[in-house]
Design a binder for this molecule. Structure first.
Ligand SMILES: C[S@@+](CC[C@H](N)C(=O)[O-])C[C@H]1O[C@@H](n2cnc3c(N)ncnc32)[C@H](O)[C@@H]1O
Length: 299
């Protein structure tokens, strides 16, 4: 949270060992024109977990360019609305700053994605509802797809991106993809990112062991899925204050942390179809490790 939390994420996002969200920005930049062709000109863009909004800036520029080429007078009359949403107020500020010079109506919102049902009444439809930077994969697939499905109207669209496992029958290719995922997530930079809230309270990296596993989970919808499993093992008795509360750890305690799913493209497709979505456009990089998907609810 706050400026330090924002800096923590941006440092990880820029680090050479963790190219996850950054690779998705490159894919978006390379495919912006074919993608915006599938997005009608009257859509307003809402992005949850917007971060610094760099990807949204690319998307908005592409949409504005397309709309003015198609109908210059109407593009001047009807400004696109943009709603950057994040739990971190600093990110909302950065996302607004990043599009300061674009002809848009903007309203930043500091809120949780889980509050979408409440927020919806402040958002003008039709909506292009975005979850970018691999954020989709940080949620249980059923819960995030239900949330999106329950809040999308028939004219709205859903855009998300994901860092994925290549669909491959080639054992060696799969093994090498898994090894590079473990390399990125077990890197020192990602370990520091995960320890950060505790480091801020006076702990030091030597107080922990960071363990990263890529474990397999059986899903009824899409078969065997892979998911990262992060644990911090405490190596030293520690206590500190958070607000008015004291938090104490004993040597040998462990902290289980958030996860990230690593789907294959086919598994994502299966999930979307099973949850009532139709894919309008899917972009996949040559290596099959990054994807951007534009979908809508089936009628
Ligand atoms: C993986 S980062 C992605 C950021 C950005 N979209 C990008 O592509 O770089 C996840 C973002 O979601 C925000 N976030 C985390 N939990 C959230 C929640 N429950 N509701 C809203 N935003 C959240 C974080 O502050 C962070 O900006």
């Amino acid at each position: 949270m706050g400026a330090e939390g924002a800096k923590n994420w941006l440092t990880l996002d820029r680090s050479s060992t963790f190219p996850v969200a950054r690779g998705l920005k490159t894919l978006l930049e390379e495919n912006i024109d074919p993608l915006v062709k599938f997005i009608p000109s009257n859509m307003n863009l809402v992005s949850v977990g917007v971060g610094n909004g760099e990807k949204e800036q690319v998307l908005l520029k592409g949409l504005i360019r397309k709309n003015s080429a198609e109908s210059p007078a109407s593009a001047r009359r009807h400004l696109l609305r943009y709603y950057p949403i994040d739990v971190n107020d600093q990110f909302v500020e950065m996302a607004l700053e990043n599009v300061r010079d674009l002809p848009l109506e903007k309203m930043g919102i500091v809120s949780l994605i889980e509050d979408l049902p409440l927020l919806k009444k402040y958002l003008h439809p039709p909506l292009l509802f975005c979850i970018l930077g691999n954020t989709f994969c940080n949620y249980e697939p059923d819960s995030i797809l239900n949330l999106v499905c329950e809040n999308l109207e028939s004219g709205d669209l859903f855009l998300f991106d994901a860092h994925i496992l290549p669909s491959s029958d080639d054992e060696e290719a799969l093994w090498s993809a898994k090894r590079s995922i473990v390399g990125a997530y077990a890197s020192r930079e990602n370990a520091l990112f995960n320890m950060y809230p505790l480091l801020q309270h006076g702990m030091v990296p030597e107080d922990f062991d960071f363990e990263l596993l890529l474990s397999s989970v059986e899903s009824k919808v899409a078969g065997q899925l892979y998911r990262t499993k992060k644990t911090l093992y405490i190596l030293k008795d520690t206590s500190f204050e958070v607000g008015s509360r004291a938090v104490a750890f004993k040597e040998g305690d462990s902290i289980r942390m958030g996860f990230t799913y690593k789907y294959t493209f086919d598994q994502l497709k299966t999930y979307l179809e099973a949850r009532g979505f139709e894919i309008l456009k899917a972009i996949l990089n040559r290596e099959g490790t990054n994807t951007i998907i534009l979908a809508k609810k089936k009628n």
